[in-house]
Design a protein around this ligand. Sequence first.
Ligand SMILES: [Zn+2]
Length: 356
Amino acid sequence: MNVKERIFEHLEELVDRVAPPGWEDDVRGYVKDSLSDVCDRVETDVMGNVIGRIDGEEKFELMFAAHMDEVGIIVKSIDKKGFLKFAKLGGIDDRILPGSRVTLVNSEGEKIEGVIGTKPPHIMEPKERKRVQKHKDLFIDIGASDREEAEEMVSVGDVGVLRGDLKRLHGDRIVGRGLDDKVGVANMLTLAELLHENEEVKPTVYFVGTVQEEVGLKGAKTSAFKIYPDAALVLETAVAGDVPGVKESELSLGEGPALTIVDASGRGLIAHPKVRRLLIEVAEREDIPYQLEVGEGGTTDATAIHLTRGGVPSGVVGVPTRYLHSPSEVLDLNDAENAVKLVEAATNEFPDALGD
Ligand SMILES: [Zn+2]
């Protein structure tokens, strides 16, 4: 099986699993099982991070991280007609909510389907029709006719996601929910397999599936503190801007993984120059396409990791993705494959490039 097929196979498993921040259990189980097949040791920590480790020939420790959670929603109350009010877990744009399907997971682990309802435009005041409706004005309809019936299916505190199945578009482009950061997790699992098959892995390598990234980079903070690696690479998505109405200087699909120089205008991560240089050198040498990212928007787990204890040289390898945090994120599998190839080729060069 080639690298692209391996990544897609992992994605088919991952997109099926609902994992809002704090409720990563289903993805965690899959990550743990997959890493157990290829790592020398795998553990789950207090926060719920999964940490796999392949022992290398050298003392140098390299940490890879990808977050297991995705943006989601949580049930806040149930009204007497059986409609659910909800809060958001992570950054979801209110404009995409009305009419979206949701999948909720109750305490038994059963999946409950629903739809986010709103007053139909026909009976809205003209002023109301123009306004973006806040999530607080919307509700989830699970088909229940009253509170009692709804409570047989869900409880306050149950979580869910906007539904968006994984499908292939034209060529190697795919669409699905939560590709941020399921593609990073799929890349990390594929990388672990490749390094397991490699006879000579120089650094000791950690693969960390982190929790609660979307609500404050929390799992990255604690796992990096525990491991305190000599360097770290975060496997993520990156904001693609190759759509109508966006200036041409943004990242494009199919032109290679994004190597972060800075994100959040420097308030997040400023990639360590040695890590940045190493990734660019390896990409040039191996003829792997790449794009440089100067981001002005969000950030990643690398922001938490690089500020650990005395500091950890860190970088991000991202797969450019359109429509982030919507149920229909779109990316090109070739970018994911090239991300894995680049990171695999760079792994053994970390000790020399970063060691003293
Ligand atoms: Zn992400």
